[in-house]
Design a protein. Structure first.
Length: 137
């Protein structure tokens, strides 16, 4: 049985022009920049936007049209992050990438049709010692 998921954390949205997309999402859907995550956008990472309630997040990636894929990111706590890592390691032929985002940890993988998924936890400081024990950090 797979571990528990909490909710969709964010969806990756690939756009041709991130500044134009930010303006569109703001004027049409009311999304605004999440300032505490804006540092990710500096080096080509995502520009994170949120709705007024802060419960819906979009991560805008500037990409050419041929490399655009939507990624669904699922949120978990630290305990379930570790459980998902172990669960996914048991899936035959599944390639899993662990990524340190300075404020969160993510596991990346693809379904058999190439659709990308991310399992992410913002329990960053709780995960560091656990990941060090297993030499993943």
């Amino acid at each position: 049985m797979p571990p528990t998921l909490q909710h969709i954390d964010h969806i990756h949205v690939h756009v041709a022009d991130r500044n134009a997309a930010e303006a569109w999402y703001q004027s049409v859907l009311g999304f605004t920049r999440v300032e505490q995550l804006a540092f990710w956008a500096a080096d080509g990472g995502p520009l994170t936007l949120a709705d007024a309630s802060g419960t819906i997040h979009l991560a805008l990636f500037e990409r050419p049209a041929q490399s655009r894929h939507a990624t669904i990111a699922l949120a978990v706590d630290a305990e379930n992050f570790l459980a998902w890592r172990e669960h996914l390691r048991g899936v035959p032929d599944l390639v899993i990438e662990l990524e340190d985002h300075d404020v969160s940890w993510s596991l990346y993988f693809h379904d058999p049709d190439g659709n990308p998924y991310e399992i992410t936890s913002y329990d960053y400081n709780l995960l560091v010692p656990q990941l060090r024990k297993t030499n993943d950090v």
